[in-house]
Design a protein around this ligand. Structure first.
Ligand code: S3P
Length: 449
């Protein structure tokens, strides 16, 4: 499917975005590990989260949907051996978090993914989980999917993570809950902390000291009722549109405002956009509120420091989009993790925005963006990456003429209702089915270290 998008006069209105992707995955996993029932409201019905749901079902978890809520019957950490390979699709979160869960189960599990996931590094979870006592195997010296897991009795470890990663941290914490003894995990820069927060909601225990987290072993969790806040990363597309397109103002309601996620709002404000927050409240352990963004003339280029990167990790392609039309230079460094996402996002976004007239070059660990006065619509590619597809759609709203974003179906990975919610604010995104089925993508996997 391709998306045809024309530039827009303005974007206006108040919208709600679907539930947070990270919290949706975690609510299912902790619900499955707990005792009793977990009721999840505003769960994100998107491909990635449905992969986690299917993975848990394959291991014997009863998960039902009724009246817009998800009901998980807890397995008290006693799962069944899946009868077949668990297919994780495009979802790194599914594979890495479920690996932490299956590491302690006395059976054999295999997890595979699509071509993108098959080229994403798994050594970062294999190493700590093996140290805890599990057997994990993968291609290329146990570094790439498919992953085979021989679960075992685990013991706590003291582990310093080489890179900031919420998926790795969460995989270790999930394994630690079933291990004997205490696990201490430390990361170099704080990544999103939804796991730590939701664990407390499920009655679990952990202690934090600086960047270290101490997780006592053999914990029992209890089911909860949870309402998932709107996904800040989905809200960010609307914020960017309002900041880039003249005479725009958008309010996004009931969005998660976890401080480990909201870096993009701070950067937009630094670039000169009007950003205000209203109606702040708490949903379980997570802060929520409404965000309003308005453009105020041409934005200014800024510098994004390495310490800020985990807080904007999923918004860097979008930041590149906004910066491409800002005045002056934007420098992003310390972002080499972006090469290891659903696509090499530094290369993907710079290549495609440059087709629209941007002036962006890649560095070893970031981007140099020289702002231009205007972009022009043309044909661009999503690289099968949902965040690239939506970032290009936002560029299209501010570009002159018409833009075609090919391979747009990938928005279903995190935000299937993106086109319809965008139309509530004015712009129309016309979706056109491809005449021919897209050719099967090659089976060769590019390894990204
Ligand atoms: C996620 C963590 C982030 C993010 C991803 C979702 C999570 O990756 O990019 O989209 O739910 O834990 P890192 O593992 O690099 O932090």
């Amino acid at each position: 499917m391709k998306a045809i998008i024309r530039n827009t006069k303005n974007v206006k209105g108040a919208v709600r975005v679907p539930g947070d992707k990270s919290i949706s995955h975690r609510s299912l996993i902790f619900g499955a590990m707990a005792e009793g029932e977990t009721v999840i409201k505003n769960f994100l019905m998107a491909d990635d989260c449905l992969r986690t749901m299917e993975g848990l079902r394959s291991a014997g978890t009863h998960i039902a949907e009724s009246g817009g809520s998800i009901y998980v019957t807890g397995k008290r950490k006693i799962f069944n051996e899946p009868e077949n390979v668990i297919y994780c699709g495009n979802s790194g979160t599914t594979m890495r978090l479920l690996a932490g869960l299956f590491a302690s189960q006395p059976f054999y599990t295999v997890m595979s993914g699509d071509n993108s996931l098959s080229s994403r590094p798994m050594g970062r979870i294999v190493e700590p989980l093996v140290r805890m006592g599990a057997g994990l195997f993968g291609r290329k010296a146990n570094r790439y999917p498919p992953l085979a897991i021989r679960g075992n009795t685990l013991h706590g470890i003291n582990y310093r993570m080489p890179v900031a990663s919420a998926q790795v941290k969460s995989s270790i914490i999930i394994a630690a809950l079933s291990a004997g003894g205490t696990t201490i995990v430390e990361e170099p820069i704080l990544s999103r902390d939804h796991t730590e927060r939701i664990l407390i909601s499920f009655g679990g225990k952990l202690e934090k000291e600086g960047l270290s987290i101490m997780v006592p072993g053999n914990q029992n969790l209890r089911g909860i009722e949870i309402e998932i806040p709107g996904d800040f990363s989905s809200a960010a597309y609307f914020m960017a549109a309002a900041a880039m397109v003249k005479n725009s103002r958008i309010r996004i309601e009931k969005v998660g405002l976890n401080p480990t996620r909201t870096g993009f709002a701070k950067v937009l404000a630094r670039m000169g956009a009007g950003v205000s927050i209203f109606n702040e409240s708490q949903e379980g352990m997570e802060p929520v509120g409404d965000i309003e963004v308005s453009g105020s003339g041409r934005l200014k280029g800024v510098e994004i420091l390495p310490c800020e990167v985990p807080g904007v990790i999923d918004e860097i392609p979008l930041l590149a989009t906004v910066a491409s039309m800002a005045e002056g230079k934007t420098l992003i460094s310390g972002a080499s993790e972006l090469k290891l996402k659903e696509s090499d996002r530094l290369l993907a976004i710079s290549t495609e925005l440059n087709k629209m007239g941007s002036d962006i070059s890649t560095t070893d660990d970031g981007l140099i963006i020289n702002g231009v006065e205007k972009l022009g619509g043309t044909k661009v590619e999503s690289w099968g990456d949902h965040r690239i597809a939506m970032s290009l759609a936002i560029a299209a709203l501010a570009a002159e003429g018409e833009t075609i974003v090919n391979d747009f179906d990938c928005v279903n990975i995190s935000f299937p209702s993106f086109p319809s919610i965008m139309s509530e604010c004015g712009p129309e995104i016309v979706l056109v089915k491809d005449k021919k089925e897209p050719p099967l993508k090659g089976d060769s996997h590019v390894h990204r270290n």
